[in-house]
Design a protein around this ligand. Structure first.
Ligand code: SF4
Length: 135
């Protein structure tokens, strides 16, 4: 019996070690796989983030009135300078601040506009793409 117990004991120890090793291998394998997945995702997202940064930096620029699109849309930083003969669609009181495409924060002088790809327009500006903001 003693021999049997000791044999069982000897057999049990390597088996236990083997299970621990398997558990450790499985855990480290999972960690390694997770790391590789995250690394792959990070590398895949890198060009996108780089693009976002370039877009974001460009988006924070102010639209110049002599910008080609601004000229085509009759954009003015100050809506009171809009010539109604050149822009018959203009109506007094229509300004970027009350346009649906304007996303400036309350009180900001400049804010992003969808028409200009997020570039900044003046809150008192106007262009012929003006759309009434929903209440
Ligand atoms: Fe201003 Fe609206 Fe024209 Fe953009 S689309 S420039 S927010 S009037």
């Amino acid at each position: 019996m003693t021999t049997g117990d000791s044999r069982r004991g000897r057999r049990a120890a390597p088996s236990s070690l083997k299970e621990d090793t398997i558990v450790a291998d499985t855990a480290s394998g999972q960690a390694r796989r997770r790391f590789l997945r995250l690394a792959a995702a990070g590398l895949a997202a890198l060009p996108l983030c780089g693009g976002c940064l370039v877009h974001r930096a460009r988006a924070q620029e102010r639209v110049a009135e002599d910008n080609e699109l601004a000229q085509r849309l009759g954009y003015k930083h100050d809506a009171s300078e809009v010539d109604p003969n050149e822009s018959p669609g203009y109506q007094e009181g229509h300004i970027c601040a009350n346009c649906r495409l304007y996303h400036g924060a309350e009180g900001d002088e400049w804010g992003p506009c969808d028409i200009f790809g997020g570039m900044l327009v003046n809150t008192n500006g106007w262009c012929m793409s003006w759309i009434e903001r929903e209440a």
